[in-house]
Design a protein around this ligand. Structure first.
Ligand SMILES: [Zn+2]
Length: 126
């Protein structure tokens, strides 16, 4: 993770939970009551809910990099849009705004399409 220093800088400058040298302590997270995960010695990029929701959005570019690298936006960050299924009317969380049907109906649709396709193939063969 080549950009970890940028995350560290963002935490240092903007995270309300971060306490550093200014406070006579090093890289301390008062939310976790332990050292800030971004200053751990391993190379991986850690997860911190507070950081992702409250600090990262301040740096749009870094936010985008983080999101594309971790692909966390849908599961973790933004609320998924609630959509009513066009077929059965059930409310569900859409993964994209192109999604029109709930999972059940989507499976059903796929099955029906497959069935139709198979029927046509059989017709041709007959
Ligand atoms: Zn449905």
């Amino acid at each position: 993770m080549q950009n970890k220093n940028r995350f560290k800088r963002l935490v240092k400058n903007n995270c309300a939970c971060y306490l550093g040298a200014k406070h006579g302590i090093s890289n301390y997270c008062c939310l976790q009551d332990s050292p800030c995960v971004f200053f751990a010695q391993d190379d991986g990029l850690p997860r911190c809910t507070y950081f992702e929701n409250g600090v990262l959005p301040m740096d749009e570019k870094l936010d985008q990099e983080y999101t594309s690298e971790r692909n966390v936006k849908t599961e973790f960050k933004t609320a998924q849009p609630r959509v009513n299924c066009q077929k059965c009317g059930t409310a569900f969380s859409a993964h994209s705004n192109r999604q029109k049907y709930c999972e059940k109906c989507r499976d059903k649709n796929a099955n029906e399409k497959t069935k139709l396709r198979m029927r046509q193939i059989r017709k041709k063969q007959a």
